[in-house]
Design a protein around this ligand. Structure first.
Ligand SMILES: [Zn+2]
Length: 758
């Protein structure tokens, strides 16, 4: 389901006949509902339901829920003297017996206090939405029929609808018959032959227009019904044409679509994944905009996550809703490509890390989720991130193989988080205990920091919003050579810190953490190439200027605190974020690096809660940009400018060097601004230096490949030049005594160092 409203308050709604629960949770199993509803006169409506019930264990009575009034009831054809849905007597039956309970009733057209879930009798349409925000539990099948209203008792359904004059019905299931009776009204019969919980059952009626089409996919071609009342049918068709790409993608990843047909109806409120008959907010029925398309995709994703395999209790709603939201990302990948899907994913990641803990009143584990946060951002959006991360952790083929098997093995049943973990571990042969312990059962996010120590890569981690650490780490790092070759390695290590020896086919010039955005860590990535957009909102960075044709510049944006900063004199308060700029050059002349800030408590902009507790409006002038070349180098304040106001804006650095950047409130008397970045230490060293006249010099520089060496005298004249030099190469320019400037240069690098000849 997708509601898009901010949940502000919650009330318990008392359900009629919730009385004495004489049966235990597992003692009763409803096998089938045969429900007739007469909607021809609006509400209240008359209903007649026959439930086929199996007693798994002996019990005194059966309790059913109904938003309405039960008028009469029969058990195995025998009328009951008094009708109490909370205690339908079953003492005459033994374990294993199957009985029928028939109830004639009047439904009230009940809608929850939030105004969303329930049975809506609008002037132009009648429809139900099967879950509610302000009801406990959230299921609302009992607005349609007397039922065992929970997430786990699955049954089959026959729905018989008598429609209002001139109207026609759309319901869950496959249409069995549609006839005009002697009363001149439409009578239709629908059958849901697969076992589903009550909240997924739907009936609706309106003066529907319909489009009948079909969706060709991997395991079959599925009839498609689109029911709507407003809008241009050409636009409706256009809004759903991407299903031809989306459904095959879902089937490739999750296994066959199991419901026989696909159906959507346009409704005035929200969107809800009823089996065969998805209620779609009507503004999306003709929409090709991202939000509409992603909602169409989300609801269809429930055909696997939620409808086929259902969370056993609402405490594991992340399985349903996080899974369906992950499906939206898959749909984006299927229709717009991997890059668009990564952008969509990063936009979600940014929002989740920044504010899901605000809207959900704390960093929360996905499971178990307290009732009032069942449908919060953590469930949907962090849920989607965790599925994404599991895909990255296992790799596509292993992940989708296991997901297809999970959907097949658990089809038409229910599941909880531990069972998801154990099943996927068994299918993949990969112990996912630690993955689930951190990502599902603990709050917060992990942020990794990577540096090289010789040929070892050192990975450190910190947790944002929690205390747990990831102990079974798999951290993808892509290494780049000076000539632009790349090698990706997944650094696997146990524990909070890893020292991983990597074997590479070249000497790495630089490296980028999670270049392909596989991990749902608390970091986003901006990639700049010629012609790419300067602004990357998800990474809160803007690399302004013209990128050279041959360049790629990567900016990692981390939500962790900057590392190794605590001893800096004059530091008052670092921001809880830092950036890592990587690329083949040491410095990008002509570009400007812009780093976003938002004042503490400023919530009217696009990025509220970005920097909680960091800077007040009064302290903005005391913020400095801190820079270090990398691990082992000192942090220094570097000259900056500021664009924006006391609420939000950018700190800018001209001609940025590669390395780490953060923002900090400092004591400006104690921490002076270091000279501009261009005069910072360069890694070109000459040995020996000073050198005796006529003696050889060794070039020591962490640059792969060859470069040209030029030497200039004090007057700026080039006095010596040699092409094809490399790191470690000895040269003998036979210089006279004096001071010289040595410059090395290739396509990627330009470095200088002073040389004194004695
Ligand atoms: Zn949903």
């Amino acid at each position: 389901m997708k509601c898009y409203k901010i949940l502000t308050c919650f009330f318990l709604t008392f359900i009629l006949a919730c009385g004495v629960q004489a049966q235990t949770a597992d003692s009763v199993d409803v096998l089938d509902y045969d429900v007739s509803v007469d909607l021809s006169a609006g509400k209240p409506f008359a209903g007649d339901a026959t439930l086929t019930v199996r007693l798994a264990a002996p019990c005194r009575s059966l309790a059913l829920s109904l938003h309405g009034t039960a008028d009469s009831a029969w058990v195995n054809g025998a009328a009951l003297d008094t009708v109490d849905l909370g205690a339908i007597p079953t003492t005459a039956f033994a374990a294993g017996d199957t009985l029928t309970v028939r109830i004639c009733y009047h439904g009230a057209g009940y809608v929850e206090s939030y105004g969303w879930g329930g049975f809506h009798f609008d002037n132009d349409m009648t429809y139900n939405l099967g879950v509610g925000f302000n009801v406990d539990p959230h299921v609302m099948g009992s607005v349609l029929m007397p039922c065992r209203d929970n997430f786990h008792d699955k049954a089959t359904y026959t729905l018989r609808v008598r429609a209002k004059r001139g109207w026609t019905a759309e319901c869950g299931g496959l249409l069995q018959s549609r006839t005009i009776g002697a009363d001149s009204l439409e009578h239709s019969v629908w059958r849901i032959g697969q076992e589903v919980p009550t909240y997924l059952v739907s009936v609706s009626q309106a003066a529907f227009r319909r489009i009948h089409s079909s969706v060709p996919a991997l395991y079959g071609t599925y009839p498609l019904t689109l029911g709507f009342r407003e809008g241009d049918s050409t636009l409706v068709k256009r809004a759903f044409r991407e299903l031809d790409s989306v459904v095959p993608m879902y089937e490739r990843c999750l296994g066959p679509y199991r419901w026989g047909r696909i159906g959507y109806i346009a409704t005035s409120k929200g969107s809800m994944e009823h089996v065969n008959n998805i209620a779609l907010a009507k503004e999306f029925m003709t929409s090709v905009a991202e939000r509409g398309q992603m909602t169409i995709a989300h609801e269809l994703g429930h055909a696997w996550f939620g409808n086929l395999v259902t969370c056993r209790t609402e405490a594991d709603m992340w399985f349903n809703e996080g899974g369906a939201s992950f499906c939206s990302e898959l749909a984006m990948e299927a229709t717009k490509g991997r890059a668009a899907a990564q952008k969509y994913y990063q936009t979600n990641l940014e929002a989740v890390v920044r504010e899901a803990h605000v809207t959900d009143n704390g960093y929360r584990p996905l499971s178990p989720m307290p009732h009032q946060y069942t449908y919060g951002s953590t469930t949907y959006d962090k849920g989607a991130l965790v599925w994404h991360s599991l895909r990255g952790y296992l790799g596509d083929s292993v992940f989708y193989g296991a997901m297809g098997r999970l959907m097949a093995d658990k089809a038409f049943s229910t599941i909880d988080a531990a069972e998801v973990r154990d099943s996927l571990s068994a299918y993949t042969g990969c112990d996912l205990t630690d993955f689930f312990r951190f990502h599902v059962f603990s709050p917060g996010f992990v942020d990794y920091h990577v540096h090289m120590d010789g040929t070892d890569v050192v990975v450190r981690q910190q947790t944002i919003g929690g205390d747990a650490a990831v102990l079974s780490n798999r951290v993808p790092v892509t290494f780049f050579s000076a000539s632009g070759d790349t090698a990706k390695r997944v650094l696997a290590f146990d524990g909070v810190e890893g020292h991983v020896a990597v074997s590479l086919p070249f000497a790495p010039l630089y490296y980028v953490l999670d270049r392909d955005c596989e991990l749902s860590d608390a970091a986003t990535l901006a990639v700049y190439r010629k012609g790419s957009s300067a602004l990357n909102a998800a990474a809160h960075v803007n690399l302004y200027g013209t990128i050279a044709e041959e360049d790629s510049v990567f900016v990692e944006h981390h939500w962790g605190r900057p590392w190794d900063l605590d001893t800096l004199t004059g530091l008052r308060r670092p921001a809880g974020r830092y950036w890592v700029v990587s690329g083949a050059r040491q410095q990008y002349a002509g570009l400007q690096l812009r780093l976003r800030y938002v004042r503490d408590g400023y919530v009217n902009g696009n990025y509220p809660y970005l920097d909680p507790g960091f800077v007040s409006s009064a302290a903005v002038d005391s913020v400095r940009v801190l820079y270090r070349q990398g691990y082992g180098h000192p942090w220094q304040a570097v000259s900056h400018q500021r664009i924006g106001n006391s609420n939000e804006g950018w700190f800018t650095v001209d001609n940025p060097r590669t390395g780490e950047y953060t923002l900090a409130v400092v004591d400006t008397n104690l921490l002076s601004i270091h000279s501009p970045l261009s005069t910072l230490h360069t890694p070109l060293s000459l040995f020996p230096n000073p050198v005796a006249a006529g003696e050889e010099i060794t070039l020591q520089v962490p640059v792969e490949g060859t470069f040209t060496v030029r030497i200039f005298d004090a007057a700026g004249r080039q006095v010596w030049r040699k092409k094809g030099c490399a790191n470690g190469r000895r040269v003998n320019p036979r210089l006279a005594s004096g001071t010289y400037l040595v410059q090395i240069e290739n396509k990627f690098v330009s470095l200088q160092s002073k040389l004194i000849v004695l």
